[in-house]
Design a protein around this ligand. Structure first.
Ligand code: ZN
Length: 356
């Protein structure tokens, strides 16, 4: 049984049909803006941008842990972004873009840092300064000033240099595992503490462990955040829900070949995904359907993976809709889809399985 809240059965069908008839308010990739008779855009239609968003943690000359990236590797990654003409953007710039308020540079990249570690200021920032790149730092509010972490003076220094500060909750809870009350406290508490010490409003969040569901996303919006980042695969683009913008995590030992692919790839787009992203399932073998929206991608060349297991799929009569039944574990699962053509395309999302 698939638990599809808030819609079940007929309402889901009605919704799907309504979306097919009306379009979903966002243009599918490849479609151009529509102008009214007066030649004015009917609503602000911004150009389509693809933005690689990278997520880093600690950085050092001699990395040990998995989440630690060597400064030498980071230097090379920044050089590539510089040589290819990328301009750095912050979380609020991506929020503005997704809300249709402002465009992004044609080649925009976002460099983000989770957990508020000291090395953001001592290692990462000096290397970024050389290329004029700024970043967004997501802080665990109760850890600021703690051992190995940024202090409030450090945070002020980052802000003065054009960096943006976002929340990574008060105590790094797992958003889908705590009560609604606890989550609300973590979201509001961290925002309030950070805003007490920073110059700007805190409008961005990074989900600890990259975990989210519909309830979490609603809470985040209600707490006043305009954008929230996951660690889903694929770049950000105009089709993204601002409450779950993907980021590519960079870890120890990622090769330049891999990093370059991440910088260049596009998003793989599924339409009419059912059950929709954010919905819990209550079986370890739920059946999904999705329509491949990227017309240039041959449907049989899509690779599907759940956890680290390849997932087989059937293609429907329309030649674009796939049906698949992945083996899920209890808790958070990652479903990932890749297309290894040119350009490469990737997408992933979280499915929370509540099976007993
Ligand atoms: Zn974290």
């Amino acid at each position: 049984m698939i638990r599809a809240k808030p819609c079940r059965g007929l309402p889901v069908l009605v919704l799907v049909v309504a979306l097919m008839l009306a379009g979903c308010g966002r243009r599918p990739p490849g479609e151009t803006e529509t102008l009214t008779e007066g030649g004015q855009a009917s609503e602000q239609q911004l150009p389509q941008r693809t933005v690689p968003v990278f997520c880093y943690h600690k950085m050092s000359a001699n990395p040990t842990g998995f989440y630690e990236v060597s400064t030498e590797d980071f230097k090379e990654q920044l050089q590539l972004l510089h040589d290819e003409g990328y301009e750095s953007v912050t979380a609020s710039q991506i929020a503005d873009y997704l809300e249709g308020k402002a465009d992004l540079p044609e080649k925009a990249v976002a460099l983000t840092f989770d957990d508020g570690l000291k090395s953001v200021l001592t290692e990462s920032k000096p290397l970024m300064d050389k290329h004029g790149f700024v970043g967004t730092a997501f802080l665990i509010s109760e850890s600021v000033g703690g051992k190995g972490h940024l202090t409030w003076e450090d945070v002020a220094e980052l802000e003065k240099a054009g960096w943006e500060i976002g929340s990574h909750t008060v105590s790094h809870i797992n958003p889908t595992k705590v009560s609604a009350e606890k989550l609300a406290e973590e979201l509001a508490g961290s925002k309030a503490t950070l805003e007490e010490h920073t110059a700007s409003k805190v409008i961005s969040l990074a989900y600890p462990y990259g975990n989210y569901d519909n309830d979490v996303m609603r809470e985040v919006r209600e707490a006043g955040y305009r954008i929230a980042f996951s660690i889903d695969r694929g770049p950000a683009d105009q089709t993204d829900d601002p409450m779950r913008v993907p980021r590519q995590m960079v870890v120890k030992g990622n090769s330049m070949k891999t990093f370059t692919r991440w910088a260049h790839q596009e998003k793989l787009h599924f339409a009419d995904l059912a059950p929709p992203i954010g919905t819990h399932v209550d079986t370890t073998g739920p059946t999904f359907t999705a329509r491949l929206a990227d017309e240039q991608v041959p449907v049989l060349e899509v690779e599907l993976v759940a956890g680290d297991k390849a997932v087989k799929y059937q293609v429907g009569d329309d030649g674009r809709t796939i049906t698949f039944t992945p083996d899920l574990a209890k808790g958070a699962n990652i479903i990932r889809a890749n297309y290894r053509g040119s350009p490469q395309r990737e997408v992933s999302w979280i499915v929370i399985c509540d099976a007993e």
